[in-house]
Design a protein. Sequence first.
Length: 317
Amino acid sequence: MRATLQNRPTFATWAEVEEALRKANWARHLYPDTQGRPAKLSWFIADHIGWVDNPRRKATGQHAVYDHIIKHVQGGDSVGWHCHALSPRRRALEYSTTWTTHLGLVEESLCRRLLERGTFPSTFRAGGAIMRPDLAAWLDLFIPFDYSPHPALGGPGEAMDWRKPAPLAKRWEVCTAELDSITYKMTEEDVERAFVAEEALTGSGVVSYAGHDRRSVVGDMQRAHALVEKVAGKRKWKWANASEALKPNYTPVEWSLVEDAGVTYMTAAEPIFGHPFLAVQDGECVYRDNPTREDVMMWAFKPPKGARVVVAAWPAL
């Protein structure tokens, strides 16, 4: 255990993190919803890659975090993607407001998760809650659910700026607040707004809170449960993961791949959100590429000889 600059205890080793996650899984039933169902968690997992330094000694390398966390994911949970845009100098503690500066490295990380772990996220949360038009446009191509928006955060020229509504987007957005933050803590008013939206049929009625695995997950679960129970009163509410909270029974698109004369034709089983995410592994080179659209639900790609190709997408909203 160690202390941060804000004097909040954090875990310093994987042994501490995993023990805390085991406790969290055991404690889920202690915080039921109004239907008596245990808590569900949504895991937004990052890959720390591309840094030239690592002053906080975070786990670095592809799947270094994913392979530890995935062991603790329970049925009913969801696994999304968390990503910090790399700064121009690629320093770990520097924020960047430009998604495209080192986009190739970022996309390679997501490609490897698809190629090597067989999973592609439907949910996303931006590192530092930083959103700019280039990232927004990229998400609208591939990832339908965005939990990056943050209430009452920002100022002129600041990296984390959510003072004004974002432009119209294809993806669905959910405002997320942290329970233990030096910038903004979730309030009773935040929770009440979700109930009001649900009752008026003007919104999703989703209360979304965020925490970090370097601190107690049980503590966050306990505080969130107490806050919702207090505001709910006699009103009903239920736990949901980040994907099902917006669209229940939402599953990845199935694909049929056919090779003909060196061209791979990819046909989706249903209309897709945005554009196919095409991951290519050509020897040691891993990258995302863009297929051509041949029909409403068919795309084509001519891969390098001997390359492996995997495609992913989510259903249209």
